[in-house]
Design a protein. Structure first.
Length: 134
């Protein structure tokens, strides 16, 4: 199955060099440059990958001479984005409840609910003691 630019695939690290790691994907070998190994600064590639490791890589480019540029960093960034997405909100449920209310009424109701929540969060007038203080 031929590789396509932009796809994420698993590959096996075949060789590690000071400038990057060579990863075999679908029978072809591509390079993960040292700058594409991790989101963090990479001083020594051996701290991140070893020969024989299975890694997820994104195909960045396929050049005419058979060179394949890969990235582990892009996969990590995409996974981070997925995990940071806010929860899906069903706005239609709230819209049906207040559809016959005017904007001013909805705003007033929102303000009242917010005031209740804030007042429940306010701390007591007594200052909190820090650890180790009497």
């Amino acid at each position: 199955m031929p590789l396509k630019q932009g796809e994420i695939v698993e590959g096996k690290v075949k060789r590690v060099a000071p400038f990057g790691a060579f990863v075999e994907v679908n029978g072809e070998t591509g390079l993960v440059h040292i700058s594409e190994i991790s989101i963090d600064y990479v001083q020594d590639i051996n701290d991140y990958v070893k020969v024989g490791d299975t890694v997820k890589v994104k195909v960045m480019s396929l050049e005419e001479k058979g060179k394949i540029n890969l990235s582990i960093k892009k996969v990590l960034e995409e996974e981070r984005k997925k995990s940071c997405r806010p929860a899906e909100v069903d706005w239609s449920a709230n819209a049906n409840k207040s559809s016959n209310m005017s904007f001013e009424d909805m705003l007033s109701k929102f303000k009242q609910e917010s005031d209740k929540k804030i007042s429940s969060l306010k701390l007591t007038k007594e200052p909190r003691k820090r650890r180790g203080q009497q």
